[in-house]
Design a protein around this ligand. Structure first.
Ligand code: C2E
Ligand code: CA
Ligand code: CA
Length: 768
């Protein structure tokens, strides 16, 4: 798979927002200038020279509207523009209402005439549009899920409704005349309450309190006050100067404009992190005010009639019930949060299985019981085979899906008294407690392996994975961590034996592990300390008996540990990744040696090749092709003088990456050989998918050839197939003349083995 494809497959990162260009440079300054203008407007419209007031008022409205429009157009993020457009539309409607009031005769007289209704044709939809805009912001903020904010906003709204009712609606109902206008005017306090609820919710929800938000809150407050005073003036309840009302509206507009232009307005439409917090002082004060205000008013202002009394009772009930609801809710959500926290400490978030801590605790609790009941605790440490491939191939989301599916299947197949835990990425532990019969754990292990024969239905289709299981048991008191580690060690043994298997722990494994660890320690730096060296084993053309080339084999001589077989250190070097550097070093060394040898040979002699082993770990490394190119350039060797040996199981390990690297190497022109052929699986079927030229037949097949051995027919079949695919065959481990002659009779191309020469250092190698 190409890198690009891999990236597409692993869509774990959310795409970057489409447009995150910065807000215009002077937006912040403009916002504060508008806020300042709002203050000046209030002062001028109430105390400034009379002739200037009307134009100033209009100028305030126009500037505010323009600023709102500009904010929607230039400051808002395009994807979040909708609420800001609605806000602009609302401002436009208000402005139309204002102009109507100025232009239409009789629309602005006090006491009002029916003409006063004309501006409302614009203003009422304007209010609705404004409410819609705020609701849109809330939806984008996802603040509507924030329970406490919602409840608190209702509290503030109910408190405001109470005030509006007592001072505006109730008195206006009392009065007679112009019922239509009164009806229209009592609409404003109601919609104001709705606006207050929405803005309060914006202010109370989420974590970010942006300046833009405060500008809105202030603007809304001024609007609300303006409406209050307007209604009072209309109802002729008090001598409120008309200019003060205008000043408040004008200032509110400028503040809204400032809020829309301030860069922090972007945060108002961004989803907010919803947090569980303790009640802040301000919020408590706010709730108290919303509660106490109506109570005080209810006592101070006498009830004027039945309707008034009924509405007040209703509103007070709403207030009290909302507070009650809030207390109950926050109490419950605290309990829920505590439960969730406790569960998170003991359970895995992805699969909801018990985690390592709970597993340890459970083992601890069981082991006390186990001694008394003469029971045995068994642990099955289960690790998915090649889980990394699933993640690499389909992305982490599918990996997670698989883990959940595995968790479900495991849980469904053990007894309810057993414990299934997930203790790491793809590592599960099944803890069994029962009367001592050692067969139990093994039979469970076998059954669990069988569970993996069925594919897992995931969203990308059916996926088959196998698992490796390590089994450890404890008689008497068990140290939980030790037991888990033992099972883990046994699991590694199962993996080592070819996966899809289970293995039982025994103490020798612990020794093995220790050996391996010290070996790893010792191998680190071996290359730098010059403890590695190359040996060369001849590969012979069977038809002529001539040397065709050599295979280089790595050797390690440790000053204290002595000579260590590659069969021991190569797996450690692969696991730790140290093979990448060591392998590159050997490639350079062997290529340099070959170049010298080829130069020494008389003209006309057969051109020797050099065969170098390449491990899976190196194939996964993108640098391999780079190193090969460099080495060829440095030595001047033709690409086909270099053979690279890969094991088929190595290729299968991570076939996508391996194929990409192999294709690149093939392109360079080096010769590819499949090593240890016949020991892996699916050998024949996939050979033609790989760009290989040589097959190295594993020496286990060569052992008994020439003496009517059982493997002769296999060797014949492989040779026939190789001819079919136009591949050359190297027979490995040829030790006797009998084997050599039989292979030559079968037209096997090349052979390698002690019969022709053991691996020797360059200086000891005979080229003939
Ligand atoms: P291999 O690639 O299959 O290498 C052939 C192994 O067979 C070598 O063992 C060689 O000494 C041994 N051999 C050769 N002729 C005969 C014979 O006639 N009879 C018997 N019984 N054995 C014979 P060696 O050197 O111990 O290497 C073991 C394995 O270690 C290699 O198997 C290869 O998988 C790995 N290895 C060795 N060097 C390297 C290396 O530089 N890189 C990597 N990645 N792996 C290496
Ligand atoms: Ca080899
Ligand atoms: Ca081999």
């Amino acid at each position: 798979m190409l890198d690009a494809e891999r990236e597409r497959a692993g869509t774990e990162f959310p795409a970057a927002p489409p447009d995150q260009r910065p807000p215009p440079r002077h937006a912040r300054t403009a916002a504060w200038l508008l806020a300042a203008a709002a203050t000046i407007t209030v002062v001028f419209l109430t105390a400034g020279p009379q002739p200037l007031r009307a134009p100033l008022n209009l100028a305030g409205f126009l500037t505010g509207t323009a600023a709102i429009g500009y904010g929607a157009w230039r400051v808002a993020v395009p994807a979040d523009r909708a609420p800001w457009r609605h806000m602009t539309a609302a401002a436009g409607l208000f402005l139309a209402g204002l102009i109507t009031r100025i232009v239409v005769p009789g629309a602005a007289v006090s006491p009002p005439t029916p003409m006063a209704l004309l501006p409302d044709v614009f203003v009422v939809p304007g209010y609705l549009m404004a409410a819609y805009a705020f609701a849109g912001m809330l939806r984008r903020r996802r603040a509507d899920h924030d329970d406490p904010a919602w409840v608190d906003a209702v509290l503030v709204g109910a408190g405001s409704a109470f005030l509006a009712w007592t001072y505006l609606v109730a008195p206006s109902i009392e009065r007679v005349g112009l019922p239509l206008i009164q009806f229209a005017n009592s609409f404003f306090p109601v919609i104001d309450v709705v606006l207050v609820v929405l803005v309060a919710q914006l202010a109370l929800a989420g974590s970010s309190r942006a300046p833009a938000l405060w500008l809105f809150v202030l603007g809304a407050a001024l609007l609300f006050t303006g409406d209050l005073l307007y209604s009072i003036r209309d109802g002729d309840l008090a001598g409120v100067p008309a200019d003060l009302v205008d000043a408040l509206y004008s200032a509110a507009f400028l503040l809204f404009g400032a809020g829309c232009v301030h860069p922090s307005m972007r945060t108002l439409t961004q989803p907010q992190q919803i947090m569980v917090r303790t009640l802040s002082f301000t919020r408590t004060a706010l709730i108290a005010a919303a509660m106490l205000g109506p109570v005080i008013v209810a006592i101070v202002e006498p009830i004027t009639g039945f309707v008034d009394g009924a509405v007040r009772v209703l509103l007070c009930s709403v207030l009290i019930l909302t507070v009650l609801f809030r207390v109950v809710r926050s109490n419950n959500s605290r309990a829920r949060a505590e439960n969730a926290i406790r569960r998170r400490a003991t359970h895995d978030a992805l699969t909801d299985l018990p985690n390592r801590e709970l597993l340890s605790d459970t083992i601890g609790a069981w082991s006390g019981q186990a001694v008394a009941d003469q029971q045995e605790i068994s642990l099955l440490f289960l690790d998915l085979d090649r889980f990394k491939m699933v993640n690499d191939h389909w992305g982490h989301q599918i990996g997670d899906e698989l883990l959940c599916a595995v968790a479900g299947r495991l849980s469904a197949h053990v007894r309810s008294t057993d414990l299934v835990a997930r203790i790491g990425g793809d590592e599960f532990v099944i803890a069994l407690a029962g009367p001592s019969h050692s067969i139990l754990a093994e039979s469970v292990a076998g059954r669990l392996l069988a569970l993996f024969e069925q594919p897992f239905p995931l969203s990308v289709g059916d996926v088959v994975v196998s698992a490796s299981i390590g089994v450890a048991k404890a008689g008497g008191t068990a140290e939980a961590l030790e037991l888990i580690r033992d099972a883990d060690t046994a699991m590694y043994k199962a993996k080592g034996s070819g996966r899809n298997a289970y293995a039982l722990f025994d103490t020798s494994l612990r020794e093995d592990l220790k050996d391996r660890m010290s070996l790893e320690q010792a191998f680190r730096g071996a290359l730098e300390r010059g403890e590695l060296y190359a040996t060369y084993q001849p590969i012979v053309d069977l038809a002529t008996g001539e040397v065709d080339g050599f295979e280089t084999l790595m050797r390690w001589e440790h000053p204290e540990l002595g000579f260590i077989s590659p069969l021991r250190f190569i797996p450690v070097a692969e696991e730790t990744g140290l093979i990448v550097d060591a392998g590159a070093w050997l490639l350079r060394e062997a290529a340099g040696c070959l170049a010298r040898w080829r130069a020494q040979r008389p003209p006309g002699a057969r051109a020797l090749h050099m065969s170098v082993n390449v491990s899976v770990r190196q194939l996964r490394d993108r640098d391999l092709a780079v190193v090969v190119r460099e080495v060829l350039a440095e030595t001047g060797l033709p690409p086909d003088a270099l053979w690279l040996e890969i094991t088929e199981s190595g290729v299968m390990e991570d076939i996508e990456t391996a194929l990409a690297t192999l294709a690149e190497l093939h392109e360079i022109g080096v010769v590819m050989a499949v090593d240890d052929f016949g020991t892996g699986y699916s050998s024949l079927s996939y050979l033609n998918r790989l760009p290989v030229d040589i097959v190295k037949l594993d020496r286990s097949f060569i052992n008994d050839v020439g003496q009517h051995g059982a493997n002769e027919s296999i060797v014949r079949a492989v040779l026939a197939m190789a001819r079919e695919l136009d591949l050359r065959v190297v027979a490995e481990g040829v030790e006797t003349e009998l084997q050599r002659d039989w292979l030559r009779d079968q037209a096997c191309d090349l052979a390698q083995g002690w019969l022709f020469g053991k691996p020797l250092r360059a200086a000891e190698t005979v080229l003939a």
